[in-house]
Unconditional design. Structure first.
Length: 243
């Protein structure tokens, strides 16, 4: 690797390994501005060097958001032995790392089992947190979908009367293809024509769906663009001829 480096690369790598911000675990916070100041480089040069070390040499990972630097091979050469003082220091520094995914990069190169186990605890927790967050988002999305369905069902009950389980399922099916707002808009247009049947509402939805009109904005834009067509306030005129 050193043979592939330019003199500038070697100088930069030596700085990354020895600057005052370095830690026992090989992950530390440092800004590009600080690196540029210490080395006498521009921030653009630092960005270029970091990109080269990340993509070409595969020696570091840098998180732009948390401003954390990870020296990938740090554990291979610096974490060979472990006593209680070392473990205690490692635990403290691991708890301070913001981007726990950086620890995974270093952990695979650590020869000492005790230290590797400490790293794995934080890496596993990070994975669990990611899965938890993902699961929460999926639950929230599902809950929002259910709430939207309940809004459409409630609108039907308030304006059309008692709703059967079959119609509840039908509404839910339509909301998989179209926005809930569009389904409610179809109900409003049926009311405007004094057509209080689900078949009339569904005819409007089928017409929109056949033209790939999935949202209210799609419907209004389409209607406004039709020359000599109906205005957005009126339902599709041909539907009346179906009943």
């Amino acid at each position: 690797m050193l043979e592939e480096m330019t003199p500038e690369d070697k100088y930069f790598y030596l700085y990354l390994l020895t600057n005052p911000n370095t830690t026992q675990i090989g992950v530390y916070q440092i800004t590009k501005k600080q690196m540029a100041f210490d080395l006498g480089y521009s921030t653009e040069s630092i960005s270029s060097l970091l990109e080269r070390f990340n993509n070409m040499h595969n020696l570091v990972k840098y998180n732009e958001t948390t401003r954390e630097m990870a020296i990938i091979n740090w554990g291979k050469y610096n974490l060979n032995k472990a006593g209680k003082p070392v473990i205690d220091c490692v635990k403290k520094e691991l708890s301070e790392v913001k981007d726990k995914t950086l620890l995974r990069e270093i952990m695979t190169h650590i020869p000492n089992e005790s230290i590797s186990i400490e790293f794995s605890r934080y890496v596993d927790d990070s994975c669990n947190d990611t899965l938890t967050i993902r699961g929460q988002k999926e639950k929230e999305k599902e809950k929002e979908k259910q709430n939207n369905n309940e809004d459409a069902v409630a609108f039907y009950q308030e304006n059309f009367g008692v709703i059967s389980p079959f119609l509840v399922q039908s509404i839910a099916t339509w909301e998989e293809d179209m926005s809930p707002e569009a389904v409610i808009e179809a109900m409003k247009r049926a009311l405007a024509q004094n057509k209080r049947t689900w078949s009339y509402i569904e005819a409007i939805l089928k017409n929109w769906n056949s033209q790939n009109l999935k949202t209210i904005n799609d419907v209004l834009s389409h209607e406004l663009s039709r020359k000599g067509g109906v205005t957005p306030e009126k339902p599709e005129s041909y539907i009346d001829n179906l009943f």
